[in-house]
Structures are given as structure tokens and as C-alpha cells.
Design a protein around this ligand. Sequence first.
Ligand SMILES: [Zn+2]
Length: 325
Amino acid sequence: MNEHNDDELLLVEKHTNYIKDLFRKPVYLEHWMADHLKMNALYWGICALFLMHQEDAFKKEDVVSFIIKCYDNKYGGFGSAPRHEAHILSTLSALQVLKLYDSLDALSKEQKDKTISFIKSLQLSDGSFEGDRFGEVDTRFVYTAIQSLAILEELDKSIVDPAVDFILKCQNFDGCFGMVPGAESHAAQAFTCLGTLAICNSLNKIKNPEALEWWLSDRQTASGGLNGRPEKLPDVCYSWWVLSCLSILKKLDYIDAESLVKFILRAQNSETGGIADRPGNECDVYHTFFGMAGLSLMKKGDLLLIDPIYGLPTNVTKTIKKYPY
Ligand SMILES: [Zn+2]
């Protein structure tokens, strides 16, 4: 008889060392990952450590001082690495990690004010947000901008109302959401749109939530894993994109948790640590974090509970003031 239960099978020590090694290597900051992902990778790695109760794996001062080095003196906000121009994705990751370490006050008043102006300057007249000065529009940027302002407690009606209107225009007839109005439904966009509406206290404005709930529950494949769109392969990261939505909608029971937990655990590398997109593939910090985030939503693996709206532990998000203030 197998005496192990799932909770014992998350390889916490291996994953902790996997993440510590990624960031400890001197090559990391120069070569390990494409420059434009560095700050995002820091959030994925650090948040995974917090979920595993390994928040002391790195010295808070080292992490915070790296983030402050990525502040963009010219435009405000944060770049993905030191001396990079600010982007909304790296700005949110930087703020999330500062929030995790309860270190938002490491920002001077001027840095904070300029960061708020940077984020607000990205909003367009239709309520959407660009990622940076170069103009790409995507509901991801609406979510990252709105969460960034939520962490800074700087949301107001003039920002929120048009953003909510834009998100509602991105909902399709099948109930799910696309990147922009009329774009194909995708689970990751369901998350950015629902997350935005939840932060903006506007979940009640979703049309046809039943269709959305069924679309999301249809993402579970025969392997137990979830996919992002019909006919696609299952992928561990959708354990987060799909489950977070079902959690926000209070419909987590629409998924067979037991078979999903097994799929995620099978994607772990038991030698090197880390979690891959699916069993047998190479691990990376993105899937390591999102696999764990999925397990946390299902209350597996003795992890800290993650907030499905913010992607941060609930003991951190309970300190964020809820909109409307
Ligand atoms: Zn993936």
C-alpha cells in the first residue's frame, strides 16, 4: 500500500534549491534569462519561495536593493533589469516583490509619485493600457496597471470606470475573454479580465457567468492537466490561469482536483527540482511558480494560500486596501 499522500510529494526542498540556484549564479543577472523577463522571473521565484514557507531563502536587503536598481529615473516605474526602460509588466512584478517583503517604503516619495504617474500615463482614451511608451495594447496591461495602482492604493473612479468598460468589451459570446475586443478566447485573458474586475469591485458586471464557468471547466483534459484553449495540449501554467478564475467565481469544484494535482506533481523534476509545462519536459521558474500556485488554490502541498486575484499570498493581500476606498 502506498502510504504517501499528495501533500508529501511536493518536493519542497528540491524546488527551494532549484530557485535559489537560479538567482545565486552570478550569470543569472547577465545571461540566465532574456533581459525582458528578469523582473517577472524574480517575482515568480520569490513568490514560490514564500508559498513554500522559504521566505528567508534570500536576504530581503539584497532583493530590495536589486529592485531599486531597476527603477527608471527618467519615466518612473521599473525596468526588467538595471538601466532598462520601465514597462508595466516589470513594474507590477517589482511592486509585488516589494509588497511580499513589506518594503514598499524602500521607494522614496518622489519614486512612488513618478511610478504612479508612469502607470496612469499608459491609459488610453478607450480605458485600455499600453505596456510602455511603444503602444502595444493587451488586457494583460490593464490587469498589471490596475493591480499596480491597487498595491499603491491609488485607484480612483477616473481610472477604474473606463478600464472596466474596456474589459467588458473583451468578453466573447462563449463567455470567455480575448486580448482586445473581438480577439480569440484564451484562459490567460480570462484571468487578466476577471482579476481586473475583481480588483475594481465590478465582478457583478460580467455577462453570462455560467457560460464562462463552463468554458473554464472544459479546459481539463484526459491527463488531468488544463489547457488554455480548446484542442490545445495541457500545460501546468493553466493550473493557475484557469483555477484562479474558477476560484474568483467560487466554482473550484468544477475541476477534478485530484487528477490535476497528480498532473502537476508528475511535471516536477525529482533530481534537479523545478516544475515543467508538462511531465517529461524541462523545468523553468515560470511553471515552477504557476504549478505551485495551482496547488495552493487546491490547498495541497502545505503551501501558503494564494490570493486568486493578486497572485500573492493571502496574508499579504489582506493588507491591500479594497476599492472603492
Ligand atoms: Zn505554460
